[in-house]
Design a protein around this ligand. Structure first.
Ligand SMILES: Nc1ncnc2c1ncn2[C@@H]1O[C@H](COP(=O)(O)OP(=O)(O)O)[C@@H](O)[C@H]1O
Ligand SMILES: O=C(OP(=O)(O)O)[C@H](O)COP(=O)(O)O
Length: 399
């Protein structure tokens, strides 16, 4: 990668300088208690933050959390993340209760050398995700005022053309952080000529984001296994009823076209676990994928599907997996994700898992992280990287 990295910045000396770090601290939270259920993304950015603190920088960290709609929304506050970050760093993290307002200015101004501040959720501000260049630019101006240099360590967000990712680096001297550098180094092994058979497994719930990627990946993969919330739009395109399962109605036609052009490469579930409600204790049964009752929703792939996916994975030489096969957070619907994850670890392929929730699933299910070749912090980001797309966050660092 022909971009400057953290070591270049450290070599210039950062003691006493304000360094703005864009991190991806978008961690999963327990819906009931609001507690962080997996802190993998916080841990992943520690090497960069630790190095800056050690070097005596005044470190200003910013991140998004979830998808608030451009205004403060308490359920998406980064405050719990500040607490966890402080524990992991074993140092106080000064939390600003806004992103670029009075609290942020005061917090940043009060930083001593080697201290760290976390700004409130970037997406509490319309400018962060705005499609309007001027609106995004105005927000980027305010953010950039908090740093004399900028470090992008938010690999999970490098595919977003957002102010903190795309516009701030145009305003400050910029470098890639340790995480971004490592992710790109590892993922570049999957571009070009991956060893075959190359199998991609896709699931999760960000259906429309990822459908676009499937189209681009199809020519390069040997098999594409689709489960999770993703599969129902495909099943519908095959003419099956999917009850109240997650469905992107307006993408059904696109999925039909993809299936028609897939040359048999796409493998869909043959059975699903269908439940009465989206709840851990909901009544549920395994039903054929073409027989989901109208009042039920599919929350996991069934055992026959796991067996079929396992067979398709055996013998693979390269595997990329993004997106849980079911609602793994609820034990009743975790078997599909567990089964497929285990099948992936049993191959002798180079295996990459990508995505905040997929990585969290690996840990939550007690699977051995070291049995995967690489666990990426970015799902959408790694998929778009594999697609060969120019990622706004990476391109901005190159300029
Ligand atoms: N059948 C399903 N219906 C609804 N949600 C699902 C289903 N299968 C998986 N999910 C949800 O998908 C979420 C993860 O999706 P996504 O964000 O796309 O993955 P990642 O963060 O790994 O990229 C998980 O919270 C999981 O509960
Ligand atoms: O969780 C993320 O992406 P992922 O679910 O694709 O891994 C990133 O934090 C980006 O979040 P976004 O998809 O709301 O822009």
């Amino acid at each position: 990668m022909s971009i400057r990295n953290l070591d270049d910045l450290l070599a210039e000396g950062v003691s006493g300088r304000r360094v703005l770090v864009r991190a991806d601290l978008n961690v999963p939270l327990d819906k009931q208690t609001g507690e962080i259920t997996d802190d993998g993304r916080i841990r992943a950015v520690l090497p960069t933050l630790g190095a800056l603190v050690q070097a005596g920088a005044k470190v200003v960290v910013c991140s998004h959390l979830g998808r608030p709609k451009g205004a403060p929304d308490p359920q998406y506050s980064l405050r719990p993340v500040a607490g966890r970050l402080g524990e992991l760093l074993d140092a106080p993290v000064h939390f600003a209760t806004d992103t670029v307002g009075e609290s942020a200015r005061a917090t940043v101004d009060a930083l001593a050398d080697g201290q760290l501040a976390l700004l409130e959720n970037l997406r509490f501000n319309k400018g962060e995700t705005s499609k309007d260049d001027t609106e995004r630019g105005a927000f980027a101006d305010q953010l950039a005022a908090f740093g004399e240099a900028y470090v992008d360590d938010a690999f999970g967000a490098v595919h977003r053309k957002h102010a903190s990712v795309h516009d701030v680096p145009a305003r400050l001297p910029h470098v890639a952080g340790r995480l971004v550098l490592r992710e790109v180094e590892v993922l570049s092994r999957l571009t070009g000529e991956p060893e075959r058979p190359y199998v991609v497994v896709l699931g999760g719930s960000k259906v429309s984001d990822k459908l676009a990627v499937i189209e681009a990946l199809l020519p390069t993969v040997d098999r594409l296994l689709i489960g999770g919330g993703m599969c129902f739009t495909f099943l519908k395109a095959q003419g099956h009823e999917v009850g109240t399962s997650l469905l992107e109605e307006e993408m059904v036609e696109t999925c039909g076209n993809l299936l028609a052009r897939a040359d048999g490469k796409i493998l869909l579930p043959v059975d699903v676990v269908a439940a009465d409600a989206f709840a851990p204790d909901a009544a549920h049964d395994t039903v054929p994928a073409d027989g989901i009752p109208s009042h039920r929703l599919g929350l996991d792939i069934g055992p026959e599907t796991v067996a079929g996916f396992t067979a398709a994975l055996s013998g693979a030489k390269t595997v990329f997996w993004n997106g849980p096969m079911g609602v793994f957070e609820m034990p009743a619907f975790a078997n599909g994700t567990r089964g497929v994850a285990e099948a992936i670890t049993k191959t002798d392929a180079f295996t990459v898992v990508g995505g905040g929730d997929s990585a969290a699933a690996v840990r939550a299910l007690g699977l051995d992280e070291s049995s995967f070749g690489h666990i990426s912090t970015g799902g959408g980001a790694s998929l778009e990287y594999l697609e060969g797309k120019t990622l706004p966050g990476i391109a901005a660092l190159e300029n």
